[in-house]
Design a protein around this ligand. Structure first.
Ligand code: KIV
Length: 277
């Protein structure tokens, strides 16, 4: 705690060149951001997955720019020593390059996050070039792209055929050329993760993309076993915080109804004479 130094844009390339692995998690609020900031994890994504995790939606499509900005601001405040990514929500960049620049500008200006992330391969080149040209750091996202998962046949492993694997390699090269400084690669076979990571000079940040990529990404509520609804195959639970929270809440409830809590230790014990009516 205390000696963490925030990554810079040039560190991303340097880490790749040096073969130095790094890690990346989500946060959507001040407290979680400050906990990640106290850890060694280098990157926070304020992902549109907040639709499910924070807002209880079924998917990410309904998340708005206002929702994103509302959540990114406290994360930036809570994690001054961690690189913070703002996720562009569905509908905020699919109309035109102008719309994409305008929303990316808004995300950076109103939150002070370090970069934006958007989903899509070669079909997004013009948007990526436009935002990079406006002076904003862009992280790409290919493979399983949750915002358009229905057009990919649902939440399924991508790149499972030679043609689709080749398309992911071409997408990654095109995104690098367009100016992305790194790319999230989601839900692909490990061999495809390896081939994509070897195809480009920028880091490939894998979530369900196997061990050969440059960085591992997980949703914090998944890796700490806080989100009760669903556990994807690629999620390892490194702690069981949901159970610890339920146990703590039950202990509070038990001591409240038994009168054990609060003892004088947790009470203000100054003597005050209460006037009688
Ligand atoms: O929104 C999100 O959490 C993401 C990760 C799955 C990378 O995009």
């Amino acid at each position: 705690m205390g000696d963490k130094v925030k990554m810079t844009i040039s560190d991303f390339k340097k880490f790749k060149e040096e073969g130095r692995k790094f890690s990346y998690v989500t946060a959507y609020d001040y407290t979680t951001a400050s906990i990640v900031d106290d850890s060694d994890v280098e990157i926070i994504l304020v992902g549109d997955s907040l639709g499910m995790i924070m807002l209880g939606y079924k998917g990410t499509e309904s998340v708005t720019m206002d929702d994103m900005i509302h959540h990114i601001r406290p994360v930036v405040k809570g994690a001054p020593n961690t690189w913070v990514i703002g996720d562009m929500p569905f509908g905020s960049y699919n109309v035109s390059d102008e719309q994409a620049i305008s929303n990316a500008n808004r995300m950076i200006k109103e939150t002070n996050c370090d970069c934006i992330k958007l989903e899509g391969g070669v079909e997004m080149l013009s948007r990526i070039k436009a935002i990079v040209g406006a002076g904003i750091n862009v992280m790409g996202h290919i493979g399983l792209t949750p915002q358009t998962a229905s057009s990919l046949g649902g939440f399924k492993v991508q790149g499972g055929t030679p043609e689709s694997a080749k398309k992911l390699i071409e997408d990654s090269k095109a995104l690098e050329k367009a100016g992305c400084f790194s790319i999230v690669l989601e839900c692909v076979p490990s061999v495809v993760g390896k081939a994509v990571a070897e195809a480009v000079d920028i880091p490939i940040l894998g979530i369900g993309a196997g061990p050969y990529v440059d960085c591992q990404v997980l949703v914090t509520q998944d890796l700490l076993d806080m989100y009760g609804d669903f556990k994807p195959k690629f999620v390892k639970q490194f702690a069981h915080i949901r159970k610890a929270m339920v146990d703590g809440l039950n202990e509070f409830h038990k001591e409240t109804i038994s009168g054990e809590f609060p003892t004088p230790e947790y009470s203000f014990n100054k003597k005050v004479e209460i006037p009688e009516d």
